[in-house]
Design a protein around this ligand. Structure first.
Ligand code: FSO
Ligand code: SF4
Length: 572
């Protein structure tokens, strides 16, 4: 196996024997095979689309879902890829379905079908479907390293960045889709790019600048997806408002819900309403407490735990079943493997996978919740009790725009910081905490994503007498869209561009959604972004030089946060 798609990749080069995340070589090869076949779907889908034949939205839903399943910390279950009803089998069926439409249309038009490359006609050997061993062996043919031989390290790195950005974009598009906010433009773009990477004109495929441009285009499409997701959340669950969330458990039976999917959480709240079971959020679901529709549930009582990487310490102490709606999932310990469940694209061998939209599918979770003691008076009292203030979406912040503008004009607000993204276990991530903890009092911080757990309980107080808290939790990593809206609104108010605002961004990255968000920011032309804790292994020194020259990207690796803070405060 060779995988270098996330920040924690082994030795900053690539995971080659087993993933640092726990991904097995089997799953890594199956995922490589799946992505290869998805290119075949792109090749035919793109041609059909260009014929003017509408493509059923279920095709893009499947592509997003399949790409999502290959993100870091999502699906570790080989059978979900290789099984008779697994992703690979469905990808082949989808590719064959589109191939038939293409060939039929060529016949109809009296046109000779094109001779198309690899994944357009690839078929695994007879009897392979359902066999992890055979499909794994097939996947070995289509890994990252093979591409490197063809394209060289620099170009291959950019091509992989396009794929990883596409994976992140697909994850967000999938969330938006579920909320009824699908986009034909994003779906078409996905087909186009999957097609281009294999069958685009050779000179363009080998052109570094062209590929960098495509990576920014992924960022542009991702931004559209984030906007749709923001819209979908608001239409369905109301506009987030500032809200205090308790981490003090309530005595009684309990279910913990983790991941990003607010729709699933809402469903779980409906399924548990009227029972004696309380529902808690974990990880990236904390922001769900800010939505009015979810606040209506009396048994939606609080939040438990911190960022994803602490699961193994925190989950054993949660006295009820745990439901993982999306990433980040890490290998469950024995102590809670019998009470953890996955939904959607998530999976882990031996962990029950549920479709909560099917009648009674959620019963096993309810059963365990009822059988377990839940929080007792004593265990509730012994817990780490904090109050976290959340719900500062872009509308809530812009409702105070006049105060922010006044504070800038009077010198009460010297700089706005955006510090957020993903968390992880490396010590180097304390960079972000140091930045936040040492900010001058004439600053505010917008934060989002699970990176905020490093400082979201720190008391930064208020911005002078403006009534605005200095630490504003905008929500999930996808709410990076909100930060863009706020920055654009401020730029407009001050009749300038985002790069001329007193604004600094420090992005903490971990997986492919963060790659997509970074590409979105670069697509907007935003400069001077700090990125850490270490740079992606797929960005070579040559490509980094280009990004530094164009965007003045600043790796935080080996930088002292206080030196950086000094620079960010206008001393660059
Ligand atoms: Fe974090 Fe995980 Fe939200 Fe990521 S929980 S690391 S960028 O999946 O998506 O911020
Ligand atoms: Fe390694 Fe990250 Fe790939 Fe897992 S997802 S195998 S940790 S590079």
């Amino acid at each position: 196996m060779f995988c270098f798609q996330c920040e924690q990749t082994k030795g900053r080069k690539g995971c080659t024997t087993v993933g640092v995340c726990g991904k097995t070589p089997q799953v890594a090869h199956l995922q490589d095979l799946l992505v290869y076949i998805l290119h075949g779907i792109g090749i035919y889908g793109n041609r059909i689309r260009k014929f003017g034949i509408p493509i059923d939205p279920s095709i893009s839903t499947f592509i997003y879902s399949a790409l999502f399943s290959t993100l870091t910390n999502v699906n570790f279950d080989d059978e979900r890829f290789s099984g008779p009803l697994g992703y690979i089998s469905e990808a082949l069926n989808t590719r064959n379905y589109l191939r038939k439409i293409y060939l039929d249309e060529c016949t109809e038009r009296g046109q000779k079908p094109e001779v198309l490359p690899g994944p357009a006609d690839y078929d695994p050997p007879e009897g392979a479907l359902g066999s992890t061993d055979i499909l794994e062996a097939e996947g070995k043919k289509f890994g990252v390293k093979g591409n490197e031989e063809i394209y060289g390290a620099d170009l291959n790195g950019v091509r992989q960045m396009i794929i990883y950005g596409l994976k992140g974009m697909a994850a967000y598009a999938r969330h938006a889709d579920i909320l009824g906010e699908g986009s034909v433009e994003i779906a078409d773009f996905t087909l186009d790019i999957l097609d281009f990477l294999i069958d685009g004109p050779e000179d363009m495929r080998h052109d570094l600048a062209h590929n960098l441009g495509l990576a920014l285009k992924v960022g542009e499409m991702n931004l559209k997806g984030l906007e749709l997701l923001d819209k979908g959340h608001k239409l369905k669950f109301g506009n987030p408002t500032p809200h205090e969330v308790s981490t003090a458990p309530v005595p009684g039976k309990a279910i913990l819900v983790s991941g990003h999917d607010i729709q699933d959480l809402h469903k779980i709240l409906e399924l548990t309403e009227g029972t004696e079971i309380n529902v808690y959020t974990h990880g990236e679901l904390l922001p769900a407490h800010g939505y009015p529709k979810l606040q209506e549930f009396k048994h939606f009582v609080g939040h438990f735990g911190g960022a994803w990487q602490n699961q193994k310490f925190e989950f054993p102490t949660f006295p009820g079943p745990i439901v993982i709606t999306t990433n980040c999932l890490v290998e469950p310990l024995k102590s809670y493997k019998n009470r953890i469940f996955t939904l959607n694209e998530c999976g882990f061998s031996g962990v029950p996978h549920l479709d909560i939209n099917k009648p009674n599918a959620f019963d096993p979770v309810l059963k365990i919740a009822n059988e377990m003691r839940g929080f007792t008076e004593t265990s509730a009292k012994a817990s780490n009790n904090k109050v976290l203030t959340i719900g500062f979406g872009h509308d809530a912040i812009l409702a105070n725009a006049d105060k922010v503008i006044e504070a800038v004009q009077t010198g009460g607000l010297k700089r706005v910081f955006v510090v957020g993204g993903c968390d992880g276990s490396e010590n180097k991530r304390s960079y972000y905490t140091s930045i936040v903890d040492n900010l001058p009092k004439e600053t505010i911080v917008l934060t989002l994503g699970c990176a905020k757990y490093r400082f979201n309980s720190h008391d930064l107080g208020m911005l002078g007498d403006s009534g605005i808290p200095r630490l504003l939790d905008m929500g999930q990593c996808n709410d990076a869209y909100g930060a863009v809206v706020v920055a654009s609104a401020l730029a407009k108010a001050f009749n300038t561009d985002v790069n001329s605002l007193p604004l600094s961004i420090a992005l903490s990255w971990f997986e492919q959604k963060a790659v997509a968000v970074l590409l979105s920011l670069l697509h907007l032309g935003i400069k001077n972004i700090r990125v850490g804790p270490v740079l992606p292994a797929f960005i070579t020194p040559t490509v980094l030089d280009i990004l530094v020259e164009k965007f003045n990207i600043q790796p935080t690796d080996n930088r002292h946060p206080l030196d950086d803070l000094h620079l960010m405060m206008g001393n660059e």
